[in-house]
Structures are given as structure tokens and as C-alpha cells.
Ligand binder design. Structure first.
Ligand code: FUB
Length: 322
């Protein structure tokens, strides 16, 4: 298949693309980057977004339609700032947009907004999801109809502050041989607006069955959780953050444990890397972002897509460099 490596969207900055096939089309739910006077730092203050647009494509090489503002910060009572990477799900005839943002106390929570159409508009619930924390929600509706919300992100995403049941402002990322911080998953209630259970950590183990270590920055989870299913197995993929890889791990059920499988994408232009993996018309695609249009400004990103392939054992082949 011929597929250019051009940004899919160039009239505005977009990042963190969560792609789904709804009603026979590809819908993309990205972050909506913007210029800001906020400082650039490891806390991610420069990612100062205030709304979400939804985009759709009839075909993978086709035109991209911008459906306009689907949700605006001013309409979400609990949000103070920084609407980061969202995702969407369809269940029981409704569409659900999940999004992280900082509340007035500076703590990231995850909210949900409901719509009748894949492109929105979405009406937000007045409060964040009870028991939610950190960033980068990714939804997965399994073949049996059960829906799960994966989430978590370290450094600016605050996962290191949640090593117990409450926010610890002094929480640090583990180093050395201490197990790395683990991402989180919670099964959602039938109405998709709350967790049906207390969210739990999901284990990512190495080839010897041991948890990845804090010092293993080339493989440990940082942010950008995504779940997809391929030939009956569960593929949890994520970004390694400060080492800038997209990696995956495979398990036999939505909760894991997951065994590290390898890298999908090498570092791209820009600090962050964040993606989704989706099947469309029998082929598999990696949606991701880099900073080509802004020529490397980390918080001004653009979404791209590449086809991906599996080998006979179900391993994802690393995406070739451009
Ligand atoms: O877009 C803001 C943050 O940057 C996302 O939440 C992270 O995954 C990183 O891409």
C-alpha cells in the first residue's frame, strides 16, 4: 500500500491520535495543540490545550474532515486547564469521550462526555469519574461487551504521586532495580460513566517473567496506554517517554499480565510519542504524531498514520524509518 508520511492534518496542530472505526469510517480523537505562553518544562506546562476537535476519514488515503469543536473546557465545570490526550468509545447506542485535565487543585482527573454521534458534540458529566487520576485514558470494548479504561502517565502525568490510595506530592518515579510504575485499568460500568471496580495496576513483565525495573527506561511504561486485540490476544502498547519509543506487551486477558514484545516505533521529531492501533478494512494502522510542521516544537504536533504488520507469531514488526 502506498501511504505518504505527510501530516494528516495541517490547518491546526493535533497530537495523541486515538483512532476508531465507527459507522464504517475512521474517526480520530486527538489532542488539540496550540501556541501558549506557558513555560516549557518536565511538568508539561507547555501542553496547554483547551478543547477537542474530532476528525474523520472515509479511507486511509482519503481527505480528512474536521468536525469542529466537540468539547470545550469552558463547558466542563471541574476542569481548570490542560485538556490532554482523549479517547472515545461506542456502547449502547451512545458515544463516550474520555479526557484528562487538571482540576482547580492541580491534580489530573479523567472526565467523560456523552454524544449521539461519533463527532459529537459531547455533553460532559459535571464531575470527573470517581476514582480516576493521572492522564491518557484509552478505552477498549471487548468482544463480550465489557468496557475497560486504561490510563496513567508519569512525570507531568502524576502517576508517581499515586503509589498509594491518595495523592502524594512527594511521589517519585522508582529507579534502579525497584519495579517501574505500572499503568492502570478499570472496568467500566454498563453506563460507561463510572468504574465498575477499583482500578488496578497492570503488570508488564520481561522475557523472564519479572516486572520491568525502574532503571529500564527503554522499556518501562511512561504514558500513552492503548489496547487492541489481535487474533484473540490482548496487545497493550505505550510510550517510554524520555527514551521516546512506542512499545507493546502481550497478554491473554484485558488485565494482563503482559509480556514485553518489542518496539513498534523509533523516536520521532519532538519529545512526546503517542499513538493508537486500529484495524480498518482488514489492514492494521498506527496513528501517531511528530512535530514536522512546527519543525520540532515539542508542544505543536501533527498526526500521521502508517500501516503496520505482524509476523506469523503475532509479533508486531517495527515500523521502518522514513
Ligand atoms: O498531549 C499532552 C500529553 O503529551 C499527552 O497526554 C501525553 O501522552 C503526551 O503525548
Amino acid at each position: 500500500m502506498i501511504m505518504s508520511d505527510k501530516p494528516l492534518i495541517s490547518h491546526t496542530y493535533t497530537a495523541d491520535p486515538s483512532a476508531h472505526v465507527f459507522e464504517g469510517k475512521i474517526y480520530i480523537y486527538p489532542s488539540h495543540d496550540r501556541e501558549t505562553d506557558q513555560p516549557t518544562n518536565d511538568n508539561g506546562d507547555q501542553y496547554d490545550m483547551v478543547d477537542y476537535h474530532v476528525f474523520s476519514m472515509d479511507s486511509i488515503d482519503g481527505e480528512v474532515t474536521d468536525h469542529g469543536v466537540a468539547l470545550d473546557m469552558k463547558d466542563v465545570p471541574w476542569v481548570d486547564k490542560q485538556m490532554w490526550a482523549p479517547d472515545a468509545a461506542f456502547k449502547n447506542g451512545k458515544y463516550y469521550l474520555y479526557f484528562p485535565a487538571r482540576a482547580a487543585d492541580g491534580i489530573f482527573r479523567i472526565g467523560v462526555a456523552v454524544g449521539d454521534r461519533p463527532e459529537g458534540p459531547f455533553v460532559p458529566e459535571p464531575e470527573p469519574i470517581k476514582g480516576s487520576f493521572s492522564i491518557d485514558p484509552a478505552t477498549f470494548v471487548d468482544d463480550d461487551g465489557e468496557a475497560y479504561l486504561y490510563f496513567g502517565g508519569i512525570w507531568g502525568g502524576q502517576l508517581q504521586n499515586w503509589q498509594g490510595d491518595s495523592f502524594d506530592p512527594d511521589g517519585q518515579e522508582p529507579e534502579g532495580d525497584t519495579p517501574a510504575l505500572l499503568p492502570v485499568v478499570g472496568r467500566l460500568r454498563e453506563d460507561m460513566k463510572e468504574f465498575a471496580e477499583k482500578p488496578r495496576r497492570i503488570e508488564i513483565r520481561d522475557e523472564n517473567g519479572e516486572l520491568l525495573k525502574g532503571r529500564d527506561h527503554d522499556r518501562r511504561f511512561f504514558e500513552a496506554a492503548w489496547m487492541h486485540k489481535y487474533q484473540g490476544r490482548y496487545y497493550f502498547s505505550y510510550s517510554t517517554g524520555d527514551t521516546h519509543y512506542l512499545c507493546y506487551a502481550v497478554g491473554d486477558n484485558p488485565y494482563g499480565p503482559f509480556t514485553y514484545g518489542g518496539r513498534i516505533l523509533e523516536p520521532v521529531l519532538g519529545w512526546t510519542t503517542h499513538h493508537s492501533i486500529v484495524e480498518f478494512e482488514g489492514r492494521w494502522y498506527l496513528f501517531h504524531h511528530d512535530c514536522e510542521i512546527s519543525k520540532g516544537v515539542n508542544h505543536l504536533r501533527n498526526v500521521k498514520v502508517k500501516e503496520i504488520f505482524y509476523d506469523e507469531e503475532g509479533r508486531i514488526l517495527p515500523v521502518a524509518r522514513d
